[in-house]
Design a protein around this ligand. Structure first.
Ligand SMILES: [Fe+2]
Length: 447
């Protein structure tokens, strides 16, 4: 379908000539009018693709004022065809951003190239404007703040969310450097726990109203057609909700952890009130086991579990008559068999409680020995959890080094000599070596 041209011309000879030219060129003159007023009405009515505009017209307004008025409401290319060549007219005409300025008499070839170019340029501009419109509509509708910067890092565009998050209007943001508008910093909320994975880290900025706003942000370069960086885009997301829910989660985790810790210690104390001779034994075993685990560079969570298991490793003794536990002399075989049930009882007490560590199993295994001569199940080597192997060594050292109802303390050195003697047979070789290092090189002391 040929393009529609509106001809604004009051000279009959020129009209005839231009009609012939334009029809020959394959375009269609949708209307010919002689005044600016009529031209504006026809633009509204016929929506031409291009206007050929004489400057000196018969009506109240000339061609230049007519074009100015058309430009206010429409995006239609205008080509002036005029006899006026004075510089004032030319200056006024150029101010209306015409597609071309042709001096009469118009040459057919010149007219063709001016019309073709004007239509082509207009089509490309329209496409560009459409894609710009689509682009900005997308940017304006997304929920994140968008900042577009030039190569000098000065802001050239922001979307409404960016205005909202910075509490600054677009006019006050454009032209400023991003870092002058937002000072993004890094912070952490520490759990106070040994396990650093419970700490929370986030980026934030202080808003104009003094609020600390956590944000998640990313920055991408804008690369032009020549492969050069022509600016950058920063996308900023308000991270308040995520950070606050993580904080709540962390708080409840700490609460639960404190509760578990309290329950375990209460269980340990219950036992120790019935068995004053072993009062403090479990805590000291837990301390030694924890020190060994730490020196073995186990993960913080695993160290924590080993400590907790150490604190209640003898909880099963709660079912053993206290006169047997505190009997000053040697135990009879029957009494000893009864004592040997405590790992199983401890396991039965703990197995239904869901702890973040395998406490029940470590308690169950703390009298198992590498060569299978331990009790209650006679497990061997890797069948025994590392935590249980550690508690086992700590238990032997603490028991020998402390007073017992039936004997005085044998001393730390005798205890260490015992574990060295049974290293690799009853006790884990690595655990024993670390335990020796603790006492002999690192000056570990039982308190
Ligand atoms: Fe025990």
């Amino acid at each position: 379908m040929s393009k529609k041209i509106l001809l604004v011309e009051d000279d009959k000879t020129t009209i005839l000539l231009l009609h012939k030219f334009i029809e020959d060129l394959g375009y269609h003159i949708v209307k010919t009018v002689a005044t600016g007023e009529e031209a504006i009405r026809e633009v509204i009515k016929t929506s031409p693709d291009l206007v050929l505009m004489d400057i000196v017209l018969g009506g109240e307004i000339d061609g230049i004022d007519t074009t100015r008025q058309i430009n206010e409401g429409y995006r239609i290319p205008v080509i002036y065809i005029t006899s006026s060549t004075d510089s004032d007219t030319l200056k006024r005409a150029l101010a209306t951003n015409p597609a071309a300025y042709i001096v009469k008499p118009a040459d057919k070839k010149e007219l063709k190239s001016a019309i073709d170019l004007a239509l082509l340029r207009h089509e490309m501009e329209e496409k560009l404007k459409d894609s710009e419109l689509r682009f900005f509509t997308i940017l304006n509708s997304i929920g994140d703040a968008v900042f577009v910067m030039d190569t000098a890092d000065q802001i050239t565009y922001v979307n409404p969310i960016a205005e909202r998050i910075t509490e600054t209007t677009i006019n006050k943001l454009i032209g400023r450097r991003f870092t002058d508008v937002m000072n993004i910093q890094y912070d952490g909320v520490y759990s106070g726990l040994d396990d650093a994975t419970e700490d929370i880290f986030f980026n934030y900025f202080i808003s104009k109203s003094g609020k600390k706003v956590p944000v998640d942000f990313s920055m991408s370069p804008i690369i032009d057609f020549n492969g050069l960086r022509s600016g950058s885009v920063i996308i900023l997301r308000d991270d308040t909700e995520r950070v606050s829910s993580e904080l709540k989660l962390k708080d409840s985790y700490i609460q639960i952890k404190k509760a578990v810790d309290g329950i375990i210690r209460a269980m340990a104390q219950t036992l120790e009130t019935r068995d004053p001779y072993t009062a403090g034994h479990q805590r000291r075993v837990a301390d030694i086991a924890q020190a060994i685990a730490r020196e073995m560079h186990l993960q913080e969570k695993e160290i924590e579990g080993i400590f907790m298991a150490g604190i209640i490793h003898d909880v099963g003794k709660i079912c053993i008559p206290s006169e047997i536990l505190s009997k000053p002399g040697r135990l009879s075989p029957i009494e000893f068999d009864l004592i040997k049930t405590h790992p199983q009882i401890g396991y039965d007490i703990l197995k239904t409680i869901e702890f973040p560590w395998p406490l029940a199993e470590m308690v169950y295994q703390h009298h198992e020995w590498l060569n299978g001569s331990g009790y209650p199940r006679g497990l061997i080597r890797d069948e025994i959890l590392l935590g249980a192997r550690i508690i086992c060594v700590a238990d032997v050292v603490e028991a020998m080094a402390s007073d017992r109802p039936y004997r005085a303390a044998l001393g730390v050195e005798n205890a260490l000599a015992e574990i060295i003697d049974k290293k690799g047979i009853l006790f884990d070789r690595d655990v024993v070596e670390i335990c020796i290092k603790l006492f002999r090189e690192l000056n570990y002391r039982m308190i």
